[in-house]
Design a protein around this ligand. Structure first.
Ligand SMILES: Nc1ncnc2c1ncn2[C@@H]1O[C@H](COP(=O)(O)OP(=O)(O)OP(=O)(O)O)[C@@H](O)[C@H]1O
Ligand SMILES: [Mg+2]
Length: 258
């Protein structure tokens, strides 16, 4: 296996690293500020390894707001989201606040620290859900993982925190090596919106799109009419009983005989 490239902070001002630190246009003053900020966070080195590429360097992820890379805070391996210079957010504090709230109901990678341009969080060693579904995982494992994803959405709903991007979430659920799912990216999350985590995720996993098709191939399809009805009922009244009706309609909960 190719050795991962670990770069100490002192070297991040040089190319090609500077291009990742200030993506997509490096700027000397901004770069200097960012390097100071990183030092304050106690980050000692970054590691360029992962499935995505930026400036010919491997990274964990790349989105519209940030570039995510592995970072070492002393010897602790963490994930660092670096705010893009052209992001539509001026700072990372809102995302940190939302992630912290998610963490309070045991959802999301643990928030470790935040500064204006960086969010430091628990590193999740895993794969995005669509890729994970391509692996030869057994039916029962897929069921357990998808149920856990929906349970996490239920906890977010109950906490009044709407993620905001779960109706199309191919890049927002990571499954780690132990089969633990993690919902990521709380930058568009809000506590001031009607919550729709369970209904959005239910739709994404079981009703429409290629991920839902893949899930149906793995688990056998669900009765979409029944599920849509269950989602509607839950949308009106978000209680545990109605949530479990969704799980049942998805084939993730055995019906109790009473
Ligand atoms: N804690 C983490 N551990 C490992 N990988 C992560 C972690 N957080 C995010 N990633 C990876 O980085 C990618 C981008 O992260 P994120 O979605 O937060 O960035 P974004 O810029 O907001 O993206 P988007 O434009 O898609 O909303 C994720 O899809 C995931 O692959
Ligand atoms: Mg995002």
């Amino acid at each position: 296996m190719k050795k991962a490239l670990r770069v100490p902070v002192e070297k991040l001002g040089e190319e090609p690293y500077a291009s990742v630190m200030c993506y997509p246009k490096p700027d000397k003053r901004e770069l200097k500020k960012r390097l100071k900020e990183l030092e304050k966070l106690g980050v000692k080195a970054l590691e360029f390894k992962g499935a995505k590429e930026v400036a010919k360097l491997k990274v964990l992820g790349k989105g519209c707001v940030g570039i995510v890379v592995t970072a070492y805070k002393n010897n602790e391996k963490t994930a660092l989201k670096i705010r893009r210079v052209d992001a539509d957010r001026a700072r990372m504090y809102h995302e940190a606040e939302m992630l912290e709230k998610a963490n309070s109901v045991k959802v999301g990678p643990k928030l470790l620290d935040v500064s204006r341009n960086f969010l430091l969080m628990q590193f999740i060693d895993g794969e995005l859900l669509p890729e994970w579904l391509e692996k030869p995982v057994g039916k029962n494992v897929v069921k357990r993982v998808l149920r856990e994803v929906l349970e996490q959405c239920w906890r977010l709903d109950k906490a009044g925190l709407d993620h905001g991007e779960l109706s199309h979430a191919p890049k927002h659920v990571i499954i780690d090596g132990k089969g633990e799912p993690f919902i990521v990216d709380f930058e568009t999350a809000s506590v001031n919106r009607k919550v729709s985590n369970v209904t959005s995720m239910g739709q994404f996993l079981f009703i429409s799109g290629i991920t839902a098709e893949r899930v149906a191939e793995k688990l056998g399809g669900v009765d979409k009419k029944v599920l849509i009805k269950a989602l509607r009922v839950y949308k009106r009244d978000k209680n545990r009983e109605n949530f479990e009706k969704i799980l049942t309609a998805c084939g993730l909960l055995k019906q109790h005989s009473s």
